[in-house]
Design a protein around this ligand. Structure first.
Ligand SMILES: [Zn+2]
Length: 364
C-alpha cells in the first residue's frame, strides 16, 4: 500500500531560513552536516534541523502550513534571535519579510514548493502527488503565528491578498488576548480583530491562546477554527501551564468542526521532560496517546491531525527517539494500526482531516 499523504499544520520554515540561513531545499542530514562544519549557531539555539524537501518527499508530506513568526523582545532568549520586535512597525516588517521568503522560495524552486491559498491550488498540489515520478510539489500555506504583525485591522485585507489564510492572535500574550505564560481574556481589540478576520475570511488558530481567551473565541468567532499545534493537557499529569489544551477547549473545537494538530515535542509529551534531558522511553507511542485522546473525546478520528512545529525552537534532541526527520512521522501508521485504527482513519489523521478543513475554509 502507498503511504498516506501527510499535511503538517505547523512549521517555522521562514523564521529559520531568515534567522539561521537554513536552506530547506536540502535534506535535513545535509543541513546538519553543513551547520556542524561551518560552526553555525543554529544547532545550539534552535536544535538540529528535522526538515528538508527530500525528507518531505520520503515522508510524503504534501502540504505544510508555513508560519510567520517573530519574538516579542521581552521573550527574546539571546542575541542570536534577530527576528524579534519591540514595536509593531518592526513586527510588521519581520512578518512581511517571512511572507516574502515563501514567495521567493516558490519562485526559485517551483518544482519543489508551491504557495497554496485556494482549493484549486490545494487540488493542483495533490494532483502532483497522484502522478508517477519521484518529484512531488510541496504546498505551503502561510499561517501568521502571533498577530502583532497586523498594525491596523485595515491591513488584514493586504495580508490576505499576499496569501495568509490562517491567523493565531497569540504567542505570548498580545494586545489581542492572553497567550502562553501570559494568562488573560480577549481584549476589546482582540474582539475587533476576530470580527475583522472573519469578515475577510481568515481561519482562526487557537494555539497559544490562553484557555480563557480560547473559550471566548470559540463562542464568538463565526468563521473556521482550528488549533494548528497543541497537545492535550489532560495527558500530562501535574501540568499547570497554559500552552496545552484542556479537554473543554478540545471539546469546543470539536463542536465547532475544528481539528487539532498534535506536536511530537518531548516537553508536550512528558510533563517532567526539560530540554537537555534524555529521551528514554519517549517514542511516537506517546504522540499516538494524544491522537487517541482527541479521538475518544470526538467519538471519531475526524478532529485530529499533525502539527509538528518542527524547527520551532527545538530540534533532533527534543523529539521522540524514533524520529530522525519529518519523514519518520510515517512511523505513526503502524502504531495507529496496532491500536485498531483502520487505513481510512490513519489517512484522515495524517492529512485527510486538514484537507477536509481546507475544502471549507479556503476560497475556490
Ligand atoms: Zn508555536
Amino acid at each position: 500500500m502507498t503511504l498516506p499523504l501527510i499535511v503538517d499544520a505547523h512549521e517555522d520554515l521562514a523564521y529559520n531560513a531568515l534567522c539561521f540561513g537554513r536552506d530547506y531545499t536540502r535534506p535535513a542530514a545535509e543541513t546538519r552536516r553543513i551547520e556542524k562544519s561551518s560552526g553555525s549557531e543554529a544547532p545550539r539555539f534552535a536544535g538540529e534541523t528535522l526538515i528538508g524537501w527530500p525528507d518531505f518527499q520520503r515522508g510524503r508530506v504534501a502540504l505544510v502550513f508555513g508560519t510567520l513568526f517573530a519574538t516579542p523582545v521581552r521573550r527574546k532568549e539571546g542575541d542570536w534571535d534577530r527576528i524579534s520586535y519591540a514595536d509593531f512597525n518592526t513586527a510588521h516588517r519581520l512578518y512581511r519579510a517571512q511572507l516574502d521568503y515563501y514567495h521567493e522560495l516558490v519562485d526559485r524552486h517551483p518544482e519543489q514548493f508551491r504557495l497554496v491559498g485556494s482549493r484549486a491550488e490545494v487540488e493542483a498540489v495533490l494532483a502532483g502527488w497522484a502522478g508517477p515520478g519521484e518529484t512531488h510539489p510541496v504546498g505551503l500555506l502561510p499561517l501568521m503565528e502571533g498577530a502583532e504583525g497586523v498594525r491596523a485591522l485595515s491591513e488584514l485585507e493586504e495580508w490576505w491578498e499576499l496569501g495568509v489564510r490562517i491567523i493565531g492572535p497569540a504567542w505570548a500574550g498580545t494586545r489581542f488576548c492572553g497567550g502562553t505564560r501570559d494568562p488573560g481574556p480577549l481584549t476589546d481589540e482582540g474582539r475587533r480583530l476576530l470580527h475583522a478576520m472573519a469578515e475577510t475570511g481568515f481561519t482562526l488558530d487557537l494555539s497559544h491562546m490562553d484557555p480563557l481567551s480560547a473559550r471566548q473565541a470559540l463562542d464568538l468567532y463565526p468563521g473556521p477554527i482550528l488549533a494548528s499545534h497543541a497537545n492535550a493537557a489532560a495527558l500530562l499529569p501535574g501540568y499547570d501551564g497554559n500552552r496545552l489544551l484542556p479537554d473543554d477547549v478540545i471539546r469546543g473545537l470539536i463542536e465547532r468542526g475544528g481539528a487539532i494538530g498534535v506536536v511530537p515535542f518531548c516537553q508536550f509529551l512528558d510533563g517532567r521532560w526539560k530540554k537537555g534531558d534524555k529521551r528514554d522511553g519517549i517514542t511516537l507511542e506517546r504522540l499516538a496517546d494524544h491522537i487517541d485522546h482527541i479521538c475518544q473525546l470526538a467519538g471519531d478520528a475526524r478532529h485530529v491531525g499533525l502539527g509538528s512545529d518542527f524547527d520551532g525552537g527545538f530540534g533532533l534532541s527534543s523529539v521522540p527517539t524514533d524520529v530522525d526527520t519529518i519523514a519518520d512521522l510515517q512511523k505513526l501508521g503502524p502504531i495507529l494500526s496496532a491500536r485498531g485504527y483502520n487505513d481510512d482513519d490513519t489517512a484522515a489523521v495524517f492529512g485527510g482531516n486538514w484537507l477536509a478543513r481546507l475544502k471549507t475554509c479556503l476560497p475556490a
